[in-house]
Design a protein around this ligand. Structure first.
Ligand SMILES: Cc1cc2nc3c(=O)[nH]c(=O)nc-3n(C[C@H](O)[C@H](O)[C@H](O)COP(=O)(O)OP(=O)(O)OC[C@H]3O[C@@H](n4cnc5c(N)ncnc54)[C@H](O)[C@@H]3O)c2cc1C
Length: 390
């Protein structure tokens, strides 16, 4: 499915961006992407070309090599890559979370060191918040940064961290101890991948993606004072600056996959004939696909609303909208891929059509970065004012 329905409400420059990204992505296409993923290789050529064209850095500040636009444009880029069969998961992490946090809160030195590379794709940064014993409950994070003279010593465990092997560094969420109260508060640290004491091990996953997920072991990792991003006391605010773009981008990721699946299914249903007419003429096939098209379109509108609220600086409203958009996009994507697989019958499970791999890929968007249930908890509590249940 192309993007026709959004056109009347989308400015011409956004439509042009969609077309240009789609043209680039289609030159690589789903076969290239799946071949790389099966070989466990990074999609370096595509990433480099996307960076050179300015797509990866479209939301980063112009003075540090970016395009000076917003998360709206970055989400458009990711959605179009996914729709063309090239879902660049690391875009959620490297430019959207790490780039945004550094652009908003980094020191001048950190901005100069990282933003031009994140923007042109020559450098990549992973993001690590999830911990084995904390999971959805980030209040239980135990990775700790303590002072040792001017330095920091970072110790803890992380899990499911994407793309470390292709990244130059990881932006880790840790906790520092408040000297007055003894309470632990979040703080963000840039940790270059080769730092002594930082080890990572791939987790075998049933996912066909260009990135692996890793377990991380941080044992007294010594970091210079300048590894801390922003102020030690403003960790939570800084963290949220990255998490809203992360939710918007996960919605874009899911919607790209959903559009890819719906296009494959409708193409197939238009021509596959086992009785007298193509299977797409049967309402049992056509109606569920039409329902998916509606769900995708609604989620796209919600994603654009969330992105625009964020870009206009309405952080609180963006938080609610980004949660809703992520939820709606993940549900639309899971439903669409399920229906697409069914539409193709046995071919839905062949490698040739590539739909079966999307079953697990779309599930990721229901689980990460925040699960469906945690979003429902958020909406119940914050939107509806219901009592907290957990
Ligand atoms: C492919 C992939 C890539 C990822 N990449 C990254 C990354 O790059 N960086 C990173 O930091 N993390 C990453 N993650 C981790 C991801 O953000 C977590 O998996 C997610 O936050 C959920 O945590 P968990 O897996 O520990 O599940 P849990 O927290 O153990 O939850 C398990 C289940 O219990 C439910 N549940 C938990 N609490 C409640 C409650 N209060 N009410 C109702 N239901 C509840 C959840 O909804 C879920 O269904 C990735 C995960 C995946 C699968």
């Amino acid at each position: 499915m192309s993007a026709p329905l959004l056109n009347p409400v989308e400015p011409e420059d956004h439509q042009a961006l969609r077309r240009a990204v789609g043209d680039l992505a289609r030159r690589y296409g789903p076969e290239y992407f799946r071949r790389k993923a099966r070989a466990g290789e990074p999609v370096d050529e595509l990433w480099a070309e996307a960076g050179k064209a300015g797509y990866l850095g479209v939301s980063l500040p112009v003075e540090y090599g970016g395009g000076g636009a917003g998360i709206t444009e970055l989400a458009i880029v990711l959605e179009e890559f996914g729709a063309a069969g090239c879902p660049l998961l690391m875009m959620i992490v490297s430019p959207a979370i790490c780039g945004t946090v550094i652009a908003r809160y980094g020191t001048e030195q950190q901005k100069l060191a990282w933003l031009p590379g994140l923007a042109d794709g020559s450098r990549r940064m992973a993001f690590g918040i999830t911990e084995p014993d904390a999971g959805s409950n980030s209040h239980r994070l135990t990775t700790t940064a303590r002072r040792d003279g001017e330095d920091w010593l970072l110790t803890g465990r992380k899990v499911f961290i994407s793309g470390i092997d292709h990244a130059d560094a990881v932006l880790f969420v840790a906790r520092t101890e408040d000297a007055r109260t003894g309470r632990l508060k979040p703080a963000l640290f840039v940790v270059p991948r080769e730092t002594p004491g930082f080890e990572y091990r791939a987790i075998p996953m049933e996912l066909l993606t260009a990135e692996k997920q890793f377990q991380v072991f941080l044992d007294d990792v010594r970091l210079p004072a300048e590894a801390l991003v922003g102020a030690e006391d403003a960790g939570l605010e800084q963290l949220f600056a990255g998490l809203n773009p992360e939710r918007v981008m996960t919605a874009a990721f899911a919607l790209g996959l959903a559009r890819q699946a719906l296009a494959t299914a409708t193409d197939y249903a238009r021509t596959r004939t086992v009785w007298d007419s193509p299977i797409g003429a049967h309402q049992a096939i056509a109606h569920p696909l039409a329902q998916c098209a509606i769900e995708i379109e609604l989620a796209r509108l919600m994603m654009l609303k969330a992105a625009q609220l964020y870009d206009q600086g309405h952080d609180a409203a963006a938080g609610e909208a980004a949660n809703m958009a992520k939820y709606a996009a993940a549900e639309a994507a899971c439903h669409t891929v399920d229906q697409a697989v069914h539409t193709l019958g046995g071919n839905g499970l062949t490698q040739e059509y590539g739909l079966a791999a999307l079953l697990t890929a779309t599930r990721v968007s229901r689980i990460a970065p925040v699960s469906r249930e945690m979003i429902l908890n958020y909406v119940a509590q914050h939107t509806l004012g219901l009592p907290r249940s957990y």
